[in-house]
Design a protein around this ligand. Sequence first.
Ligand SMILES: NC(=O)c1ccc[n+]([C@@H]2O[C@H](COP(=O)([O-])OP(=O)(O)OC[C@H]3O[C@@H](n4cnc5c(N)ncnc54)[C@H](OP(=O)(O)O)[C@@H]3O)[C@@H](O)[C@H]2O)c1
Length: 301
Amino acid sequence: MNTDTQTVLIVGATGYIGSAVVAESVRQGYDVIAVTRAPAKEGQFPGAEVAVADVADPAAIEKLFNRKIDVVISCLATRSGLPQDFDDIDYKATLNVLNAAKDSGTNKFILLSAICVRKPDLPLQLAKLKMEDALICSGLDYTIVRPTAYFWVFDAQTKMMAKGRPGYIIGTGDQATSNPIAKEDLAEFMVASINNSERRDRIFILGGPEVPDNIITYKEALEMVFESMGKPAKIVSIPRWVLMVVIYSTSFIGLFVRKVGVFSGFLKVVLYYLENDMRAPGYGSITLKQYLMDTSREIQT
Ligand SMILES: NC(=O)c1ccc[n+]([C@@H]2O[C@H](COP(=O)([O-])OP(=O)(O)OC[C@H]3O[C@@H](n4cnc5c(N)ncnc54)[C@H](OP(=O)(O)O)[C@@H]3O)[C@@H](O)[C@H]2O)c1
């Protein structure tokens, strides 16, 4: 290991953003430790060391800090939509990491949050806000990044549309606008914050490039998917009340069946994102249109 370079420990390393952050940290020349909950596959994190640890166990996390860790980047997030899981992972498990970092003399903590915390309504946002507060009060140098929508949110529909199915919107599909951000641009911003004094002790709301191709409503995004496939747009509108009925019924069944509860939590987040504006100051260079062209080409070949 090169002792002159800083060591960056990344939790949530296997996630959509976490894995991009690991790759970017390696690219920027840091010594990187990717923390996973299960042993990593061979070649999963080229150039990085892997440490397996249970983030819910403070003792296991403490062990990670038996060596000098200069910077922590947290991309931890629950994969379920249940209120308790948000509190357990997005808040308590992330707090375990923060506490261990603080006790061991780590210099800096970079936290991946979400743009939607500025209008908190869901357990997801409350858990993230608690974590942001804990970090701000910790005394550690910090940077909090609140990104807007990610590109993957269109992936499921893109695959279905490639098979000839229509794209689905709720209501008119133009209730909210966003400038989504590529995981590579977001990861670059987060890692470049490590040694940037202008990003110290600040919260950044971050979107992708603010160009016409990337400032879009959900309906426009689906039209762009069809365009990227060279197909005429076939879009079906589902009335909002239908989604509300599904949310209320799955919410009730979810009290007894975990899987249904998770699905219901997911739908609530989807509805929130469809109805609340997600415009943010622009960063990076990759647009949704570019991403969709690449994805469609990949799917079609
Ligand atoms: N989707 C959007 O458009 C959007 C927009 C703005 C902000 N955000 C926020 O961005 C954050 C990261 O998103 P993402 O898409 O990168 O998340 P993700 O792909 O779901 O990754 C979550 C990470 O947390 C880990 N994790 C979850 N539960 C765990 C547990 N019980 N124990 C240990 N590790 C656990 C996962 O590990 P495993 O791989 O082992 O499960 C994974 O590494 C989320 O907080 C989200 O709210 C999302």
